[in-house]
Design a protein around this ligand. Structure first.
Ligand SMILES: [Fe+2]
Length: 280
């Protein structure tokens, strides 16, 4: 049975009722089946698929925690988890076709994810309102900055998934650089060369509290600096508390060259996170 058929057998006409826990279970089952359909005996490719499957699970946990900290209502908490479940669904066809997670040389994986959900009628059992907010948040999860003029609910869920996602990408990147080279899921570091230097422009972005753009990256150290700068883009105090609990800054600092300029920028980020947590 195809995924589309599986979904059509469970679809119901539902124009107004909110999603419930059973809906989420059905959607999780669809996601697991979809991931399994990409499994391959090619070790390197499977490693990249597995890393995205595991990333999705962790992003779901982050989203659930942020939703609880924000005291979202039951419907909103389920939507937050559903958006986390599907935010990177486009990574699977992206990697299968292009063998990369670099959108700039392949395809926008967020738009592709929305297309996968729509073409397979994955959300057809949900109300139109719930479907719309899921598709919008999935589509917006990877934009550099959110557009102006979003409605309140789209803004809430877009901010939430962006935080939940960044928090786990930091984990993935830290684990990636801790691993021996032969065991790494190579698509994580976007194919950047592992050279000892770094770009002054990327470091300057970090010092200004700004996010660097991916096209500025020249080495893997730049990639690590970009990841640290993401901490300035986190929306919720809950997310910054998780950064502190998980000792993300220490872990990233341990992966970077130990010069004074980098140490100074790292301390600026640390000061920012501490202040945000203190101020609630
Ligand atoms: Fe993503």
């Amino acid at each position: 049975m195809t995924h589309a058929n599986q979904c059509s057998t469970i679809s119901r006409v539902r124009d107004s009722a909110s999603m419930d826990q059973n809906d989420l279970t059905t959607l999780k089952n669809w996601f697991d089946g979809y991931c399994a359909s990409f499994s391959t005996p090619r070790t390197e490719d499977q490693r990249n698929f597995t890393i995205k499957h595991d990333h999705t699970h962790e992003v779901c946990l982050n989203a659930v925690r942020i939703a609880a900290d924000l005291r979202l209502d039951p419907r909103q908490a389920l939507l937050a988890e559903t958006i986390a479940l599907f935010h990177d669904v486009g990574r699977f066809p992206q990697y299968r076709q292009y063998k990369t997670f670099d959108d700039s040389i392949s395809v926008n994986h967020a738009a592709l994810g929305a297309k996968v959900l729509l073409e397979n009628n994955v959300l057809s059992g949900l109300s139109t309102r719930d479907q719309d907010v899921i598709i919008r948040a999935v589509t917006l999860h990877n934009v550099f900055t959110l557009p102006e003029g979003l409605d309140d609910e789209t803004l809430l869920f877009a901010r939430l998934i962006r935080d939940a996602d960044k928090l786990d990408i930091l984990r993935v990147v830290i684990e990636y650089f801790k691993q021996e080279e032969g065991g790494r899921a190579e698509a994580v570091a976007l194919g950047l060369p592992d050279l000892p230097g770094y770009s002054e422009d990327v470091l300057a972005c970090l010092r200004r509290g700004e996010m660097a753009k991916k096209d500025m990256l020249t080495t893997q150290n730049d990639f690590k600096l970009l990841q640290l700068a993401w901490l300035y883009d986190l929306n919720f105090t809950s997310s910054l508390r998780m950064v502190r609990e998980r000792r993300v800054i220490d872990a990233m600092a341990g992966l970077l060259p130990g010069d004074d300029k980098i140490a100074g920028a790292v301390e600026m980020v640390r000061g920012y996170v501490e202040k945000r947590v203190r101020n609630g």
